[in-house]
Design a protein. Structure first.
Length: 159
């Protein structure tokens, strides 16, 4: 009974962040993102022997989402209406970043989302991407530079 309560709390705490990760990794298809999110939680819950370590749970679910998203064909379906409630200038800026992010290679996009959206530590990103912590740190820096360059490219094309 206690494990069920812990599990419910963890799913409620992380479901939106995990869904957002899947959504951005696969290009905006909400149905596919929901399927990936739900199946990732189920997979991790089945494999975990203990629910004691919350950070391990979150990292494990994130890793499964990245793995499952890698095989999904990216079909961007974002629109400016996703930000309709925001002021015009902020809405335009977010749409621009979203377009630039979707033009990045999958691994680059994954690193940026894991670090800057989910705020995972480099050691956790390293586990997810099967890399060293130093490599994860270096790839994060390179990914940010590439995103900046893509944003400049989108801006220069009239983005």
């Amino acid at each position: 009974m206690e494990d069920e309560k812990i599990l419910k709390i963890r799913i409620e705490r992380y479901q939106q962040r995990i869904f957002s990760l899947a959504l951005y990794l696969i290009g905006g298809n909400q149905d596919n993102a929901y399927d990936i999110t739900a199946s990732s939680f189920v997979e991790v819950i089945r494999k975990m022997h203990s629910l004691e370590k919350e950070d391990i749970f979150f990292t494990a679910v994130s890793a499964v989402v990245v793995r499952k998203s890698r095989d999904v064909k990216v079909m961007p379906s974002f629109s400016e209406s996703d930000f309709a409630e925001l002021p015009f200038a902020r809405r335009k800026a977010l749409f621009l970043v979203r377009r630039a992010l979707q033009s990045l290679p999958f691994d680059t996009r994954a690193i940026l989302l894991l670090r800057d959206q989910l705020h995972l530590l480099h050691k956790d990103i390293a586990v997810i991407l099967h890399a060293s912590e130093d490599n994860a740190r270096s790839q994060t820096t390179q990914a940010r530079i590439l995103l900046r360059d893509k944003i400049k490219e989108v801006l220069s094309s009239g983005g």
